[in-house]
Each structure stands twice: as structure tokens, then as C-alpha cells.
Design a protein. Structure first.
Lengths: 115, 115
């Protein structure tokens, strides 16, 4: 089944404790991206990657890191989480917009709470 | 920068009736995609309908159709014969075909179906 898988789905942590949210897709997509969703703000892009070893900042990158060592994986790293990073996080992937239908395929979301 | 505006934070409709959700966007580009995504209580992001900017014909998917007005930069979603399962948050989104391929979202419209 074609899917984007993210883990963990739920996480409660404390300020300053490093954490990683994993994301994996099995559709051979070049493009991958992370979004955060906050009430009243919609979804905002954190980082994206056009292909292996190519990453770039989105609209709200502060406090986050990413890497793209393999095509299928795109982990999101919070080196020192703070309470303002409490949010719902989505990983998404697609073919590059010019090659496919433009549709982004989303993971099921990761609810992160930082105390 | 591209922006997407959904001016209706909440809407409600009687079951079996028709409802229209509004969306406007701002861009100076000519090649782009527009989408409506649905987010039910499960939080999953589900594609409802997509429109390619170069196509004049409005997209239709079963009970869902759009009114795409390119000159006015308007992209509304019409849901006919509303069903209880249509209750969700609906997000309008924009994506460039070339260049920065991020999906830019509106802030969402919460749709309630009244039995």
C-alpha cells in the first residue's frame, strides 16, 4: 500500500530533551516536506527536500533540523524542544510538481506536546 | 509571496443541502495547482479535488465541484447533497508547478452538517 508513515503518532516530552520524528514513504517520491498545524494558522511548512541531500527552509524552520540521506526517509529533529513547538506535525511527499499531479500525500500526523 | 485566504472560519449546512466554501489566493505566477483538502476528526489530510490553473474547465469529483475564476483568483468548493461524513475542516491550498513547490494553505473552514 502506498503510504507515508510517521512515528511517533503521539509524544509528550519536556523542554530541552532532543527528539526525532521519523518519516518514511514507499512511493519513490523525490519531494518531501514537513508541516506544522496550529489552530487558526492552517498548515505551515517547516522544511522541504527536493531530493536526496537537498534540503531547504520553509516558512517556520527555527528550532528544527532535517536530513535526507535516503530517498524514502526524511526525519524531523528537534534539538532542544520548547513549549512553542507543541503542535500537530505532518510529513508529506510527492513527485516533483512538474512531473506529477501536484498532489501531496500526507502521513497521519504526529501530536507533540512539550512541557 | 503566495497567500491563500479562507474568510469563513465556520460554516454549517443541513444534511442533503448544498454548501459553498470560499477561497481566494494571491499570486503573480501563471502555472500552478489548486487543491481542496479535507481533515476529518481523525486528522488525516485527504485530497478532495484538484485544479490545474491552465485548465479553464472546473474540476468535478462526484458531489464536489469547484468554481475556478483565474482572473479573480478565486477557487470555491461546492458540496452537493451534503452528508454527515462531510463534516470536517476544509483547507484550500496552492502549489506552484515550477520553483518553490511548497503547498501554501489557507487557515481552514470548519464545516458542520446538521442532521
Amino acid at each position: 500500500e502506498a503510504q507515508v508513515t510517521q512515528n511517533p503518532r503521539y509524544l509528550i516530552t519536556v523542554t530541552g530533551k532532543k527528539l526525532t520524528v521519523t518519516c518514511s514513504q514507499n512511493m519513490n517520491h523525490e519531494y518531501m516536506s514537513w508541516y506544522r498545524q496550529d489552530p487558526g494558522l492552517g498548515l505551515r511548512q517547516i522544511y522541504y527536500s527536493m531530493n536526496v541531500e537537498v534540503t531547504d527552509k520553509g516558512d517556520v524552520p527555527e528550532g528544527y533540523k532535517v536530513s535526507r540521506k535516503e530517498k524514502r526517509n526524511f526525519p524531523l529533529i528537534l534539538e532542544s524542544p520548547s513549549p512553542n513547538q507543541t503542535s500537530l506535525y505532518f510529513c508529506a511527499s510527492s513527485l516533483t510538481a512538474s512531473r506529477g499531479t501536484g498532489e501531496l500525500f500526507f502521513g497521519e500526523g504526529s501530536r507533540l506536546t512539550v512541557l | 509571496a503566495q497567500t491563500v485566504t479562507q474568510s469563513q472560519p465556520e460554516m454549517s449546512v443541513q444534511e442533503a443541502e448544498t454548501v459553498t466554501l470560499s477561497c481566494t489566493y494571491d499570486t503573480s505566477e501563471s502555472d500552478y495547482y489548486l487543491f481542496w483538502y479535507k481533515q476529518p476528526p481523525s486528522r488525516q489530510m485527504i485530497l478532495v479535488i484538484r485544479q490545474e490553473a491552465y485548465k479553464q474547465q472546473n474540476a468535478t469529483e462526484n458531489r464536489f465541484s469547484v468554481n475556478f475564476q483565474k482572473a479573480a483568483k478565486s477557487f470555491s468548493l461546492k458540496i452537493s447533497d451534503s452528508q454527515l461524513g462531510d463534516a470536517a475542516m476544509y483547507f484550500c491550498a496552492y502549489r506552484l508547478v515550477f520553483g518553490n513547490e511548497k503547498l501554501t494553505f489557507g487557515t481552514g473552514t470548519r464545516l458542520t452538517i446538521i442532521p
